[in-house]
Design a protein around this ligand. Structure first.
Ligand SMILES: *Cc1c(COP(=O)(O)O)cnc(C)c1O
Length: 345
């Protein structure tokens, strides 16, 4: 099977599996797992933040971050196309009494300042209103096709947030895809956010895990929420051992995934009955539509599956292909050939 549904399908490397067997372990709820401690210290340094915390998933990383930033009864400003708003089961409102305020998302993943501004059209002394307590950004933006937020934009949101004394949390599940696309250290992006979460388990190929970075005080609160949610793990160093290899050895190769995505998108452009916008392809994700009337998206996906290719829709009638370590350049050509044949019939 050629797996294009998600970069979460990446399997751990041989080196990761070996490191998992040999790494020194302890009880991380006591703060005594040396491998976890090493990963957390290293990641904090990479992002140029005071501290970091290892968590089982990106969902829990976002949830603990929101709970640590937002008092009960306050509002978190989230994109209406964001993972936090759409795919995370409403955790912050269920667990923390936090209200999600959905903000329209531009096609490149930005939330316009004028749309954020509308949330502040009230008298903060009037007890009728819930107070905004956090802005969340997503980078790269999944449902916008892996788009990278530009520095100029990050700078403008940072200024906006500072003027209103609001923190910024960045859902950077694929933040290293952004740093590789921008050819900059990840700390250059991190400086615009108070906290960032990223996934070790996507393109970086670790089997499990996400990290949150931020101030020492903030990370202390994240740890409390992590424990409350059942995410305090014992010899979790077996997972962190893979995570250390992710951040040390798996970042630069994301460039290859971006090349494959580009190769795929350029190939698709030549096939009649398929529509896509090449300038939207900035990282490892390609969105396209099947415009040939003989296919519904479901029928198209079924045909690919019969040819050994797994792919899925991702909202608004679009099909999403995600490129990762498990897909070679030769396989990209194979997929293009299959699609060409299907469309020719
Ligand atoms: C995958 C993803 C998450 C959630 O991560 P899980 O580890 O699957 O819980 C959050 N945000 C974005 C943008 C993602 O792509």
């Amino acid at each position: 099977m050629i797996e294009l549904r998600s970069d979460t399908f990446t399997l751990p490397t041989e080196k990761m599996l070996q490191a998992m067997v040999k790494t020194p372990l302890g009880d991380d709820v006591y703060g005594e797992d040396p491998t976890i401690n090493q990963l957390e210290e290293q990641v904090a340094e990479m992002f140029n933040k005071e501290a970091a915390c290892f968590l089982p998933s990106g969902t829990m990383a976002n949830l603990t971050s929101i709970l640590a930033h937002c008092p009960r009864g306050s509002k978190v400003l989230v994109g209406n196309e964001s993972d936090i708003f759409i795919y995370e089961a409403g955790g912050a409102s269920v667990c923390g009494g936090v209200i999600y305020e959905p903000i329209p998302t531009q096609s490149d993943g930005r939330l316009l300042l004028e749309d954020l501004e509308k949330v502040f059209d009230f008298d903060p002394e009037d007890p009728q209103f819930a107070l905004p307590s956090l802005i969340c950004l997503e980078n790269t933006h999944n449902r916008c096709g892996g788009r990278v937020l530009p520095f100029e934009y990050l700078n403008s949101v940072r200024r906006f947030a500072n003027e209103r004394s609001l923190p910024i949390h960045m859902d950077g599940a694929r933040i290293f895809n952004a740093s590789v696309a921008l050819k900059c250290p990840v700390s250059e992006i991190a400086k615009y956010a108070d906290s960032i979460q990223f996934c070790l388990s996507k393109g970086l190929s670790a089997p499990i895990g996400s990290m949150v970075v931020g101030s020492r005080k903030f990370i202390k609160d994240v740890r409390r929420w992590r424990k409350l949610l059942g995410g305090g793990m014992r010899q979790a160093g077996v997972l962190a051992a893979a995570g250390i290899i992710s951040v040390n050895n798996m970042v630069d190769r994301l460039e290859e995934d971006h090349k494959r995505a580009r190769q795929f998108a350029e190939g698709l452009l030549l096939i009649t009955g398929i529509e896509l916008d090449l300038k939207q392809v900035e990282t490892n994700i390609v969105f396209f539509r099947v415009t040939d009337p003989q296919f519904t998206p479901e029928k198209f996906i079924e045909k690919l599956k019969a040819n050994g290719i797994a792919i899925e829709t991702l909202g608004h009638g679009r099909i999403r292909a995600v490129f990762h370590r498990g897909v070679t350049g030769k396989e990209v050509d194979e997929v293009l050939d299959v699609i060409q044949k299907i469309m020719d019939k």
